[in-house]
Design a protein. Structure first.
Length: 266
């Protein structure tokens, strides 16, 4: 049995994943960093090793590819890297009319946001159950609490993540495995640029990824399951439960309707 255990973070090269890596390294945690970008991962790993004297393994893997989660799990076994904390953070979105967005891109979104998360969780769970401090953080979104027109597949994929995450949290409770479902709202990362979202104002402004990670780690430390970052986001999620469903969907559609879609309606 390996003497050391690691926290594995997907989507670790930027944004929330990068901040999780920095926060956990500051706590003295050894890390496995996973993302597509080899150069960004290597640079981050070197920085964390130098600053915090922790062990960091950089594994450039595109988890949206078929079989990628299984290959990653096999690589962990070969290197004898025991994982006791899994942070499923990798994901992306797309904005536009569903039938006009490329199907291949939306299928890739489902593969990364859902399939890779489920497969990696399944493959690593036996070790997490055996670990005295096994834990999972699944990064979902406040978009998971209602259908969102013009980002339909993304919000649906995050609805799956929230439902799946909260369900296995109850299944794993008798085994002592903590599962946190982290739901940030708009966050100041490269998500909007990478996902080709139009710039728009969010009520209360965008959170920083550091703020989101602080909420996630606080929930992890306390064993709390569902964590919505930001008081305004918590208020909005609570208010949606009281409003008529059709009204909530219409409001979300008005908020995320791209200008190009508005032009076609005129």
């Amino acid at each position: 049995m390996p003497e050391r255990s690691y926290a594995l973070i997907t989507g670790a090269s930027s944004g929330i994943g990068d901040c999780f890596a920095r926060a956990l390294a500051a706590r003295g945690r050894d890390l496995v960093l996973v993302a597509r970008s080899r150069d960004k991962l290597a640079k981050l790993a070197q920085e964390l090793i130098a600053r915090h004297a922790v062990r960091v393994e950089a594994m450039p893997v595109d988890l949206s590819e078929p079989g990628a989660a299984a290959r990653l799990a096999q690589l962990l076994r070969e290197r004898r890297l025991a994982i006791d904390l899994l942070i499923n953070n990798a994901g992306f979105g797309a904005q536009g009319e569903f039938w006009r967005l490329p199907l291949e891109r939306q299928s890739q979104m489902i593969d990364l946001n859902i399939r890779a998360l489920v497969e990696l969780t399944y493959l690593l769970l036996p070790a997490l159950v055996e670990s005295p401090r096994g834990a999972i953080v699944n990064v979902s979104s406040t978009a998971s609490f209602q259908p969102v027109p013009y980002t339909a597949v993304y919000s649906a994929s995050k609805a799956f993540v929230t439902s799946f995450s909260m369900a296995i949290a109850e299944e794993l409770r008798p085994y002592g495995v903590r599962v946190v479902t982290l739901c940030p709202g708009g966050t100041r990362t490269n998500f909007f640029d990478a996902s080709d979202y139009e710039k728009r104002d969010f009520a209360g402004g965008l959170q920083t990824p550091e703020e989101v990670v602080k909420v996630g780690l606080k929930a992890l430390d306390s064993g709390r399951g569902l964590a919505i970052s930001g008081w305004l986001n918590r208020l909005q999620v609570a208010s949606q439960r009281l409003a008529p469903r059709a009204l909530v969907v219409k409001f979300a559609g008005d908020m995320f309707r791209p200008k190009r879609a508005e032009d076609r309606r005129q």
